[in-house]
Design a protein around this ligand. Structure first.
Ligand code: PLP
Length: 375
């Protein structure tokens, strides 16, 4: 097994989740819509699993809809929210540092005549509530602001921003992409005050192919998919009961603050080792969230570093950090100098990550740097 320090990209499925999925696939495999006992058992199990995920998210089970991934949830939230606000106007506010799952559907809406304001962030990766206040307009229908950035681990001031938006007008819908925040930082949708919130299973030790969408009680939205009427008609399609069981099991297995503290301690120890052992290394973001940080080795291209580390069995990401040779829009938005920007590595942890793994990364990076310098 490689040393896996790319848990913001995806996570290894935890044993409890794999076991739950296998049991549903091979034994409790009924269709929850079927009327006979195998189907009715599946329906009961589905609702118990929904309750477990809703409890982990801090919402009512009736407010949680299962989707296939975070991308689906982000796209759904945005499209449904603008349709909801169509009589109010065509202005949307987001941030310059969102994931592509938010930025791309918004680009599409721009083609359809919507105006999108993208809030800039500071050198610390955070957007300012004052900038949001200045951007609000009579025709604003939606604000979409992520909770935790996937490249920097920075937590955006969603609660303060949402409160301000609702004071300006309760008719503006607020969506947050909480894909990197779910279970990693403490929050509930009600505390944040948001109308819509998106999460994804494969970031929290469940398999790929399952996501969750919080829709505030009372908010009436257009269905994402029309068909057999599953998910209270909003997201038709036979429920992926194995993936849902796995997500529920991963949520039940999550140890809350203990897991967060473990990840934070390993991250801090890793950053310490990296700065001590790798000359020239810069910390780009320590990350507010416990599982993500970003560093740079200016003058050493990320792609080269990722490949050289992979040769030594270590997985980290330039990931979104260097998409198809282009520098990350997130680090560019932070105004990093070009040499720093081109050398960014994202390191991300799970509760299973160890200080020894962080130490091995520091050692390997120091050796790669020395070899490249011909030392
Ligand atoms: N939003 C953020 C912040 C992410 O980090 C990701 C995945 O990396 C997504 C959305 C997309 O989630 P999924 O891979 O489940 O589609």
């Amino acid at each position: 097994m490689p040393i896996y320090l790319d848990n913001a990209a995806t996570t290894q499925v935890c044993p409890a989740a794999a076991k739950a999925a296998l049991a549903v696939m091979t034994e409790d495999f009924g269709n929850p819509s079927a009327r006979y006992p195998l189907g009715q058992d599946a329906a009961r199990r589905l609702e118990a699993d929904r309750a477990a995920v809703a409890e982990a998210l801090g919402c009512r089970p009736s407010e949680l809809y299962f989707t296939s991934c975070g991308t689906e949830g982000d796209n759904w939230a945005i499209r449904a929210a603008v349709r909801h606000g169509r009589r109010r106007g065509k202005h949307i506010i987001t941030t310059a540092v969102e994931h592509a799952a938010v930025l791309e559907p918004l680009k599409d809406l721009e083609q359809q005549g919507y105006t999108v304001t993208r809030l800039k962030c500071g050198r610390d990766g955070r957007v300012s509530p004052e900038d949001l206040r200045a951007a609000l307009r009579e025709d604003t229908v939606l604000v979409s602001m992520m909770l935790v950035n996937n490249e920097t681990g920075v937590i955006q001031p969603v609660e303060a921003c949402c409160r301000m938006v609702k004071e300006y007008s309760p008719d503006i819908l607020f969506h947050t992409d909480a894909v990197q925040g779910f279970l990693k930082v403490p929050f509930t949708p009600a505390e944040l005050g948001v109308d819509l919130l998106t999460v994804s299973g494969h970031k929290v030790r469940a398999p790929k192919g399952i996501g969750g969408q919080y829709i505030r009680e009372g908010l009436k939205l257009e269905p994402l998919l029309r068909g057999g009427g599953q998910e209270k008609t909003l997201r038709s399609g036979t429920e992926p009961t194995a993936q849902i069981a796995a997500l529920a099991a991963a949520c039940r297995a999550w140890k809350g603050e203990a897991d967060r503290a473990r990840m934070r301690a390993v991250k801090e120890a890793t950053l310490e080792r990296l700065t001590a052992q790798v000359p020239g290394l810069e910390i780009v973001s320590r990350g507010d969230a416990p599982h993500i940080c970003a560093v740079s080795l200016p003058g050493y291209p990320s792609e080269m570093l990722v490949r050289a580390l992979a040769d030594q069995g270590i997985c980290v990401s330039s990931g979104s950090a260097c998409h198809k040779g282009k520098p990350s829009h997130v680090f560019a938005a932070m105004g990093l100098p070009k040499r720093t920007l081109m050398g960014v590595l994202r390191i991300s942890f799970s509760p299973e990550s160890t200080e020894a793994e962080g130490g091995a990364l520091a050692q390997a990076l120091a050796e790669i740097r020395a070899a490249r310098m011909g030392l």
